[in-house]
Ligand binder design. Structure first.
Ligand SMILES: [Mg+2]
Length: 481
């Protein structure tokens, strides 16, 4: 492109190239590419013909929850903060805003900021919030001495730093509550330590789960919280009818799972599974060999004291570990495909340590695909790429000073990037990408999940022998063909 000589005077007329390319795009790009929101996407080639055993997590995998669940988690978290942690009673008046946060953001407990990181640990500017108020790019760069966050500052497998990722099913209401609380303290001039507030909110919200309160409220109104039309029943019946073996590994207790599965599938649901493991303590289930299985008796709500030497169909097991499961069943490696919604505790160890094939359930995917299927989004992305090429090429032009024109293009680029971000979520954008990189969440999803999809029922759209092929990723040095 840099060799173009548009005005015939020896120098390149960049404005004319810009206008010509923009007109061409507007005239020619009218049919957006349509991606099926109910498709399955492959990070790694996966052939279902090799899969004999299908494993499932329960919550948010077989059990699809309706949006009402986040309202409930928020409300119970609010009540717990007031009643158990002594927070001001006025907090109860705050209503849950479902559109504020997205899963996978990080919270810096020392600085009290919610933000989004990319796969290089860079902060995405424009996604840093104290409470529900955005910080300017300059303020962020001053606070972090740039935009990079050191590995040592992450609270992950590698370290115990101040940067926590909120990625489980409680994340959106938990993040929103945290930010509402921060607003409350700031607006009322109440001094607070963000680290205490974070741990109090975390304990309150997680406590709603561990105390059994959340489960009891869900059980009291399954119609409101569980999506009965999610297709789970059809999928499981279909797999069994085609000779596949099924197993369940969930951290939830049997009475909760049993009520949900009876509601979703019917009283015969246990007949579909070869092995049912509850209270599994994932991710420890996959990486510790200490806890043996125990048999759970639903009649007496008690566990056996006998040593479990084999796993039998029809029985309910609790705890246990991966190594005993493999020894007792002979299931391992490429014959097993396990589905879960928690990219770390469900999928990381099965994939990295044990060689299972893995499928991630990412409910947000459906909405994001629908958004990215629109003409406005695709036109904006296409123009962004053209504009970026123009910016890159113009800076190589030594025949004239292109500083001014490039600055106006850089401003336009910033505007378009903010527009494409806001189509997914006004504050944080897509859970899968920052402006130009995959997110921290997305990079891990690509590493731990062979397949990913919005709902496990999407499997019904494919033949049982189907092979999923990943899109060939063009490396930056390879020719664009
Ligand atoms: Mg789950």
């Amino acid at each position: 492109m840099i060799s173009s000589n548009v005005n015939g005077t020896g120098s390149i007329n960049w404005s004319e190239i810009y206008n010509r390319q923009k007109k061409k795009l507007q005239e020619n790009f009218k049919d957006p590419v349509q991606i099926n929101p109910n498709a399955i996407f492959a990070n790694n080639e996966t052939s279902l013909s090799e899969i004999d055993i299908y494993g499932f997590d329960y919550d948010y995998t077989l059990a699809c929850y309706k949006p009402e669940l986040h309202y409930l988690i928020f409300k119970l978290g609010q009540e717990a903060l007031i009643q158990k942690y002594g927070y001001p009673s006025e907090l109860i008046n705050i209503e849950y805003c479902p559109d504020f946060a997205v899963r996978g953001c990080h919270y810096d407990v020392r600085k009290g900021l919610l933000l989004k990181l990319d796969s290089f640990h860079n902060i995405q500017l424009g996604t840093v919030y104290r409470g529900t108020k955005a910080l300017s790019d300059e303020a962020v760069k001053t606070l972090y001495g740039g935009i990079h966050v050191s590995l040592e500052d992450m609270n992950t497998f590698y370290g115990t730093g101040p940067m926590y990722q909120l990625v489980d099913l409680f994340a959106p209401p938990e993040m929103t509550l945290l930010c509402n609380l921060t607003d409350f303290f700031m607006e009322n001039g109440i001094p607070y330590d963000p680290e205490y507030v974070f741990h109090d909110v975390r304990s309150a919200v997680q406590g709603v789960h561990t105390s059994g309160l959340l489960h009891s409220q869900i059980l009291a109104d399954l119609e409101t919280y569980l999506d009965k039309d999610s297709g789970t029943s059809d999928l499981l019946e279909s797999l069994v009818s085609q000779g596949k073996q099924l197993f369940l590994i969930t951290n939830s207790g049997f009475p909760f799972v049993d009520a949900g599965m009876k509601f979703l599938i019917g009283n015969h649901w246990r007949d579909l599974f070869e092995v049912i493991i509850t209270k599994a303590r994932k991710p420890k289930f996959f990486n510790e060999s200490k806890r043996p299985f125990r048999i759970y008796d639903p009649q007496t709500n008690s566990e056996s004291y006998d040593r479990v030497l084999k796993l039998s169909k029809g029985k309910i097991y609790q705890q246990g570990n991966y190594y005993m499961l493999q020894d007792m069943t002979g299931w391992y490696g490429f014959n097993v495909l396990y589905f879960g919604d928690h990219v770390y505790s469900d999928l990381a160890d099965p994939s990295l340590k044990h060689g299972w094939r893995t499928g991630a359930i990412i409910p947000e995917l459906e909405r994001e695909i629908i958004r990215s299927n629109c003409l406005e989004y695709q036109q904006a992305v296409k123009w962004l790429n053209i504009l970026q090429n123009l910016i890159e090429n113009a800076q190589m032009d030594t025949t004239q000073d292109t500083t001014e024109i490039r600055q106006s293009w850089l401003d336009e680029r910033k505007e378009i990037r903010n527009y494409t971000k806001s189509l997914f979520n006004a504050q944080f954008g897509s859970i899968f990408r920052t402006y130009h990189n995959p997110t921290y969440f997305s990079r891990r999803l690509a590493r731990f999940a062979d397949l990913y999809m919005s709902n496990v029922r999407n499997l019904l759209n494919y033949p049982i022998e189907h092979t999923f092929y990943p899109r060939r990723m063009e490396l930056p040095h390879e020719p664009h063909v």
